[in-house]
Design a protein around this ligand. Structure first.
Ligand SMILES: [Zn+2]
Length: 290
């Protein structure tokens, strides 16, 4: 049954198949930081390791120029809290491959941590970057022969303020229906801003009617489906995908990289399980991020 936190024991996180690949700007605090060019600016994504739980993370974003290894002109862009993404739309992208670097400062309990330098597309060379952009763009366009499903990605929290529904000793989530953490064990459960994410269904989008003898649920449907999805933003098991047309919500249970360039994932094959209609995830409010 997929409910709250699907088959997940927080003390025993699923082996993340991407861990070895996502090494951009990885250090003792950040699991990864990646930035890509979007239509209206440069988009950063990051994930903090669960090293300093129970605080609200504050991120200060800096942008610099790297001219032949000479770093100069650092600009402080913003300080934001409790998020995993930022769009830098204050820069005009006149050159196709701007020499732009970022770094992120994170305030922890009693110290500050500044990340390594973050290069566009993980430092791919211009040829590789063109290729990466073309593949990512193609995935967002309609594929003639396969169903394309529009929706949103909810990014699951793996760190942050601990929820009171956890067992104080074992830290296990005791209530998978908890409306404070949505079964994740961290307050609010997912990052607030949902990111547009289009799926290309490759497996049957079948609905399997289940008879409920106690009549509590009526006739429900359980579905699992396979799909392709763009490799950026990075996706991890137990992130949630919401189909915009139907508001159906799916837990992403399997993530496999099916296309990459120099370790930059461009396409995933994923397996999604539809959440039961009474799953707490349906109560999560969708706010569309910028
Ligand atoms: Zn909780």
């Amino acid at each position: 049954m997929v409910r709250g936190h699907p088959e997940v024991n927080l003390l025993n996180e699923p082996k993340e198949t991407l861990a070895s690949t996502l090494s951009w700007a990885e250090d003792e605090v950040f699991k990864y930081i990646i930035d890509i060019i979007e239509n209206n600016g440069i988009r950063l994504y990051w994930q903090v390791k669960d090293i300093s739980p129970n605080i609200t993370h504050q991120f200060t974003i800096y942008r610099g120029i790297d001219r032949d290894g000479d770093l100069a002109d650092w600009t402080e862009l913003t300080t934001i809290a409790d998020t995993w993404t930022y769009l830098d739309n204050t820069i005009s992208l006149s050159a196709p491959f701007p020499d732009i670097v970022y770094r992120i400062k994170l305030s922890l309990h009693n110290r500050e941590h500044t990340s390594d330098l973050v290069y566009l597309y993980g430092g791919l060379n211009p040829h590789q970057r063109n290729l990466a952009k073309a593949i990512l763009r193609k995935l967002k366009l309609c594929q003639r022969h396969l169903p394309v499903l529009k929706g949103y990605l909810l990014k699951r929290k793996h760190t942050g303020t601990l929820c009171t529904c956890r067992d104080p000793v074992t830290k296990e989530v005791l209530n998978s229906d908890c409306q404070e953490c949505f079964g994740t064990g961290f307050i609010s459960g997912y990052y607030l801003q949902a990111t547009p994410a289009t799926l290309i269904a490759t497996g049957p989008v079948s609905t399997i009617p289940i008879h409920d003898p106690k009549g509590q649920l009526g006739t429900v449907t359980a579905t699992a489906t396979q799909a392709k999805i763009a490799g950026l933003p990075p996706i991890f098991p137990y992130d949630v995908w919401v189909q915009s047309e139907t508001n159906r919500r799916y837990y992403i249970t399997v993530v496999k990289i099916s296309a990459e360039i120099s370790g930059l994932p461009l396409q995933y094959d994923v397996v999604l399980k539809m959440a039961n209609y009474n799953d707490v995830i349906y109560q999560y409010p969708i706010e569309i991020g910028q």
